[in-house]
Write a protein that binds this ligand. Structure first.
Ligand code: 13P
Ligand code: SF4
Length: 354
């Protein structure tokens, strides 16, 4: 939908007044009305790197969700301030693993006599506490664009991986990219005693997957894929690895948001694509590539926007920018020093992956 011209003008003015003091990052799932003001757009890996590469910006305005803003704070210097335009922009997946639950899980692994063999690998989509736990226990962070490299690295450090909190990304990477079998994976359920697993099951597993998922990507189904193939002959199905294993197994291509964009840029005119990821991005890509004769549809029309990504709208962005321009620091995201030190260790291991 077209954005309110008055708000557009106010955002433009406030940004102009702030000049180089502000740097606006926009995740690919953000609304068009917000993305138009982003200095860079990217997937979560690219945005983490870009945030770290802007030491001259006093304010980093993060148009994305809470865990991304936390990661930006961890990777930037102490005098840089990271601002999230709406503090309610969380992530239901990140909320599925709390520090207490993960500490309890580690006790279970210790009881089973395997903790020493286990390397934690945590998806970027997790709280700073979980990242700190990961750093403390010798593990790394990964994103959807480097999960295989992170697992390769982790299996050089130990025999087993505890993958947090997205079971689907963990399973899809292990089975699709690493040649493991579904039987190599077990699911740890934090709501059950001992994760719902016996010590024998834990000892036999190579991948211990946390029972978390994305509420948006989890809604694409095998039926979505079969239906679109029946409806659009010759369609290429391209999905995000947060989708369920059966969806990923039935798709033609799988990758992060940045991968999806590159694949469509490289696609020939006349090709047809069904995309299984967040709707703001799919719509933007459909509009962008329609003039080139590339037909792009949403994989399942019953799936909707990520409601927390959508919390960041133009009114919130205008409010944040105008406040900063007037010298009021609002909605700062600041990770405490101890958490930051260990979380940074884990994030830097990711940034150093080959
Ligand atoms: P990427 O942009 O890394 O593919 O992540 C997708 C996502 O769900 C972010 O919340
Ligand atoms: Fe979290 Fe899923 Fe939304 Fe990404 S799309 S922010 S993983 S709920």
């Amino acid at each position: 939908s077209p954005s309110d011209p008055d708000l557009v003008e106010r955002a433009r003015k406030a940004k102009e007044k702030l000049g180089d003091k502000v740097f606006v990052l926009g995740h690919h799932y953000q609304r068009d009305e917000v993305i138009q003001f982003a200095d860079v757009t990217g997937d979560s890996f690219k945005l983490a790197r870009d945030a770290a590469a802007r030491p001259e910006a006093e304010y980093i305005v993060f148009c994305g969700v809470h865990f991304m803003a936390e990661s930006a704070d961890i990777l930037t210097s102490d005098d840089q301030k990271v601002v999230l335009p709406d503090l309610a922009a969380g992530c239901s997946m990140a909320d599925m693993a709390t520090a207490e639950q993960v500490a309890e899980c580690w006790d279970v692994l210790t009881e089973a006599g395997i903790a020493e063999q286990v390397v934690p690998v945590s998806y970027m989509n997790s709280s700073a506490d979980i990242k700190a736990f990961t750093g403390k226990q010798g593990g790394t962070i990964c994103t959807s664009s480097n999960a295989k490299r992170a697992l390769d690295w982790a299996f050089e450090q130990g025999e087993k991986v505890l993958f947090l909190p997205d079971q689907h990304l963990g399973r899809n990477t292990a089975v699709r990219d690493m040649g493991m079998s579904l039987d190599d994976c077990v699911v740890y359920n934090p709501h059950k005693p001992n994760g719902g697993l016996t010590a024998e099951e834990l000892r036999a597993a190579k991948m211990i997957l946390w029972r978390g998922h994305c509420s948006v990507h989890g809604r694409f189904s095998l039926d979505s894929v079969n239906d679109v193939r029946a409806r659009i002959p010759g369609v290429n199905v391209l999905v995000h690895p947060e989708c369920k294993h059966e969806v990923v197994a039935a798709a033609d291509y799988v990758g992060s948001t940045e991968y999806i964009i590159k694949a469509l840029e490289a696609a020939p005119a006349g090709s047809k694509w069904a995309i299984g990821t967040e709707l703001n991005l799919v719509r933007r890509l459909a509009n962008r590539f329609a003039p080139e004769g590339k037909e792009i549809v949403f994989l399942d029309k019953t799936v909707c926007f990520c409601s927390t990504m959508n919390r960041i709208d133009l009114p919130h962005l205008v409010w944040a920018l105008e406040s900063l321009a007037e010298g009021n620091l609002v909605n700062r995201i600041e990770v405490d020093r101890e958490t930051e030190a260990f979380a940074k260790l884990a994030l830097e291991r990711m940034l150093a992956l080959p």
